[in-house]
Design a protein. Structure first.
Length: 359
């Protein structure tokens, strides 16, 4: 069976060494030495000033919303994973959907600006498939209207924009280290900010609001992650260079094999800084997409419809139209891409897709 992704397992001897340390210390969670070490190593690797390691990428978005005190309306993208929208609703904000740009697949700044009202407090945008949003235009709009920006950068491990880490953009950036992501800790996530005050606030939010064992600075939640999860991340980090270069090769191999497939591609804003996190293709019709999925499934190949449905169509949000996102969401497919996907497997996927197209 070939799935859209497959978790990378680090060398077991590396992992075992960290686990032995956990057993010796008898310290399994609550800001232990491995969590601290992972935060330090990630800051170095990603070249970011601050980050907080959290238990998942959804809590990361919720903590960011709380820290920035967003309320009322938040302008967001309909083309993302459901957690982007559900976090807003969970935090009692009203998601207002700005349509996306059909080339980058990211939120369209012109549409964002047209939706600002006196109830708007922020923008929550996703760098879709690791492709940076129009961060300059969004910053300009946010500054003009005194809005906060959160970037859901769940797909962006290792992505740079104009040479700088994409996590440095926005008031806060969030990411996910879920097992399906390029770098993972089984479950996990992080928040990033350049602002020391915000960092301190998010540290309280992560730990129930504890100031001391007996006093509380604010309402908090449990956003901590464990030593066991940090151990997965620490033993995976030495492999990350090899993971990234392998994906780049596989991505190029797909491009070669699929050069005769009549599909559109996401336009990369900064190809130099791309992390090759996904391999999406956009069919000309939903029918062709469905026939392609059915053919691949016959051979036990399971690509995923990222992202479907368009989030403005969720049953729990107010009805809003986003024709570009709805159209793309009905036609886009992410093909399998993971560290040990072989060239023979890519050959087969390509052959099946071409067969459907030429039938
Ligand atoms: C994976 C993902 C999330 C959720 O992260 P979890 O760690 O699974 O909670 C949020 N947003 C996007 C865009 C994602 O891809």
């Amino acid at each position: 069976m070939i799935n859209v992704t497959k978790p990378f397992f680090p060398r077991q001897d590396l992992f075992q060494r960290y686990i032995d340390g956990i057993w010796q210390r008898g310290w399994i969670t609550n800001h232990g030495p491995l969590v601290n070490e992972l935060e330090l190593r990630l800051k170095e690797y990603l070249n970011v000033p601050h980050l907080l390691y959290l238990n998942n990428g959804t809590i990361a978005i919720q903590i960011a919303i709380k820290a920035l005190e967003l309320h009322g309306e938040v302008i967001t993208t309909p083309f993302s994973y459901v957690a982007t929208t559900s976090s807003l609703v969970w935090e009692n904000c009203t998601p207002v959907f700005a349509d996306i740009d059909p080339d980058s697949l990211n939120i369209d700044p012109v549409s964002v600006e047209s939706l600002i009202t006196d109830r708007t407090t922020g923008i929550l945008a996703t760098h879709v498939f690791g492709n940076p949003c129009d961060v300059e235009a969004l910053k300009k709009i946010a500054d003009q209207h005194k809005l906060k920006i959160i970037y859901d950068a769940a797909h962006c491990f290792g992505t740079t924009y104009k040479g700088a880490p994409i996590f440095n953009y926005g008031d806060i950036s969030t990411t996910s280290f879920h097992a399906t992501k390029l770098f993972h800790t089984a479950e996990g996530g992080a928040v990033f900010t350049q602002n020391a005050e915000l960092l301190k606030k998010m540290a309280y939010l992560r730990n129930f609001g504890h100031e001391t064992p007996t006093s509380f600075a604010m309402v908090g939640i449990n956003g901590k992650n464990s030593e066991l999860h940090a151990a997965v991340g620490l033993s995976l980090l030495p492999h990350i260079g090899e993971i990234l270069s392998k994906r780049k090769e596989q991505y190029k191999y797909y491009n070669d094999k699929l050069c005769n497939l009549q599909v559109e591609r996401q336009k990369l804003v900064d190809p130099e800084g791309y992390n090759y996190s996904y391999y999406p293709i956009l069919f000309s019709s939903e029918g062709l997409l469905e026939r392609s999925i059915a053919e691949l499934n016959k051979y036990n190949i399971f690509p995923r419809r990222y992202f479907y449905p368009s989030l403005n169509r969720l049953g729990y949000v107010e009805r809003q139209d986003c024709p570009v996102s709805e159209s793309i969401s009905s036609r886009i497919l992410c093909l399998p891409l993971f560290h040990d996907l072989s060239e023979e497997e890519i050959d087969m996927i390509a052959r099946l897709l071409l067969r459907v197209q030429n039938n």
